[in-house]
Design a binder for this molecule. Structure first.
Ligand code: HEC
Ligand code: HEC
Length: 203
């Protein structure tokens, strides 16, 4: 009886991803949620919400972290046992196999993105909407809300996190798509500020 239940559970995991060790995956997800929040929805400005971001972007990010090719600041755990030692995304990804990465990306992409409740300046947001439409909408459609673009989710992501992302692209520390760089290089500091308020305004 018991063993047939176990086999059934294993088959369910196999059907969604090449992953049979359901227990291990759950423990890993709990670790991720210790920083990213319950269900991958962050309550902290410097921590990105990962729920609902497409699987391609997420797996790609994890491979890049594993290769130490994207800045990864040490961070404290935010929920659960917050006395765990701080860690960086590079530390976290170092322990993941390719199968882990694919299974995690699949898991979080299937959860619902929840826009952050945060303050924004309405006039700046209006200016940002125009810039977004002109320069970014081709890859970040629906105002940056469309996960099907496989270009992350910008609409409703935390402003402090996105501000850091813009800085890291501008300094060249974070690798970016060549075509996106052409567009990013056109932006003045005021344009970036307006875009940040526009993405924050979508709640
Ligand atoms: C100790 C805290 C911590 C843990 C644990 C953690 N993360 Fe992160 N994660 C972060 C921080 C902080 C960032 C923001 C960028 C940075 O500094 O690396 C981030 C960024 C990311 C990103 C990039 C998001 C984007 O929009 O580009 C993904 C994907 C991600 N984490 C997935 C995971 C997964 C999956 C796990 C579990 C295996 C995990 N994280 C565990 C802190 C953590
Ligand atoms: C040619 C397609 C393309 C264009 C044009 C483009 N982007 Fe992107 N963008 C991407 C892709 C793909 C990603 C996800 C991959 C990554 O992590 O860099 C991304 C990621 C981002 C991120 C990081 C999101 C995160 O979760 O960390 C920001 C911020 C961003 N883009 C802003 C912009 C802005 C602002 C514009 C317009 C000025 C723009 N992009 C134009 C393709 C594009």
């Amino acid at each position: 009886m018991n063993s047939s239940i176990r086999i059934a559970t294993c088959t369910i995991f196999l059907s969604v991803a090449p992953y049979c060790a359901g227990q291990d995956l759950n423990a890993t997800i709990e670790n991720c949620n210790g920083c990213h929040g319950e269900g991958g929805v962050s309550q902290w400005g410097d921590m990105p919400t990962i729920a609902g971001i497409d699987a391609f972007t997420q797996s790609d990010a994890l491979y890049v972290y594993r290769d130490n090719e994207r800045p990864c600041a040490e961070s404290k755990y935010r929920t659960g046992d917050t006395s765990r030692s701080p860690a960086s995304m590079c530390d976290v990804a170092a322990d993941l196999s390719d199968d882990d990465i694919e299974a995690l990306a699949e898991h979080y992409s299937g959860l619902t993105f929840v826009a952050a409740k945060q303050e924004f300046d309405a006039a700046l947001a209006e200016k940002g909407a125009e810039i977004q439409k002109r320069e970014c909408d081709r890859c970040h459609s629906d105002g940056g809300a469309n996960a099907d673009d496989e270009a992350s989710i910008l609409a409703g992501q935390w402003m402090p996190y996105l501000r850091t992302a813009f800085e890291q692209y501008a300094s060249g520390e974070r690798p970016q798509d060549k075509k996106m760089k052409e567009k990013m290089d056109l932006l003045s500091p005021d344009d970036v500020e307006a875009l940040l308020h526009y993405y924050a305004s979508q709640q």
